[in-house]
Design a protein around this ligand. Structure first.
Ligand code: NDP
Length: 284
């Protein structure tokens, strides 16, 4: 059975969200919305991500301040900078670009960010309160995936969602967000025994593994919805996801491309969180 697979245009959806956010920022005037981004070292992928975030901030009218620290910066220097930014009422959101150099204590650094400025939603408080309540901020990629599904009018309630990957920034928070939407959630990881049988039983598959073309068309059920979080390079150095896109066409009912799927939504959610942070700031 050949299925007419719809390719979800994450860029287009993110642009609609960004236009709405730009309007929201205009309505906030004269109050500015600002984001501080800290980069340690010169990881080339991180630099591209930061450039994209900066561009998106410019587009909607968020002031971005980029702090580039040398690779050999120590923990204390980063903590000192975060403390300054925490106390700066002109800064609404603080983001530390991951991955950090190995000698930096990532947990310590993330925990140092004021919870009211944790626009990435990576702190223990933000992640923990996802389980029991309503955190200030939810991580941008999982939140972007929920928005993407909703924008396409894809029903989540009662659906079986199989997430591949259990990282603290994607897999785990996404599982909680989907649970909050009344999905039945399965989380797979590197020790999962029979991944294919889990995937075959899924209505919605979300893959966040970080391995190029890891999921192929023969591993998914007809009409399943496939959301590809991965950002990888294939053997020719071309950007690709965790899902072998072409092999899923004609089998999946919906699929996100890489690039142009989840990535732009992640950035749109970051902008949304910055505005939320500015609004929180006004209330305190
Ligand atoms: P991590 O490396 O932190 O986690 C990868 C997960 O994949 C782990 O839980 C791991 O399992 C699991 N895994 C590894 N091998 C297998 C396997 N053979 N079968 C099943 N599961 C496996 O990655 P992240 O969550 O940080 O990122 C995942 C991908 O998403 C990357 O490509 C990253 O670049 C991309 N990404 C994209 C974003 C976007 O905006 N589009 C944002 C964030 C990430 P285990 O826990 O057992 O080791």
């Amino acid at each position: 059975m050949q299925i007419n697979t719809k390719i979800i245009d994450g860029t287009k959806i993110a642009n609609v969200i960004k236009d709405n956010l730009a309007q929201e920022i205009k309505n906030l005037a004269p109050k500015n919305v600002s984001l501080a981004v800290i980069l340690i070292g010169d990881n080339s992928a991180s630099k591209i991500y930061i450039k994209n975030k900066q561009k998106a901030c410019d587009y909607v009218g968020i002031k971005s301040h980029i702090y580039v620290l040398p690779y050999n910066t120590n923990n204390q220097d980063i903590l000192d900078l975060i403390e300054v930014l925490n106390n700066d009422s002109n800064i609404n959101g603080i983001l530390v670009q991951l991955p950090l150099p190995q000698h930096i204590n990532q947990e310590l650094v993330i925990q140092a960010i004021d919870i009211k400025k944790d626009v990435d939603g990576f702190s223990k408080e933000s992640l923990g309160s996802l389980i029991i309540g309503n955190p200030f901020f939810t991580s941008c990629t999982p939140t972007g995936i929920i928005e993407l599904l909703k924008h396409e009018n894809i029903e989540i309630c009662g659906k079986k969602c199989v997430i591949v990957g259990r990282s603290n920034i994607v897999g785990k928070p996404l599982a909680l967000l989907l649970l909050n939407e009344n999905a039945t959630v399965v989380i797979c990881h590197s020790k999962t025994k029979n991944l294919k049988s889990e995937l075959m039983s899924a209505d919605i598959i979300i893959c966040a593994v970080g391995k190029a073309n890891f999921i192929t068309g023969d591993m998914i059920a007809p009409k399943s919805i496939v959301i590809d979080v991965g950002i990888n390079k294939d053997e020719n150095g071309k950007l690709c996801g965790d899902v072998n896109f072409n092999s899923c066409i004609g089998i999946a009912s919906y699929i996100t491309p890489v690039p142009g799927g989840v990535g732009p939504m992640t950035i749109a959610m970051l902008l949304k969180n910055c505005i939320k942070a500015a609004n929180i700031e006004r209330k305190f």
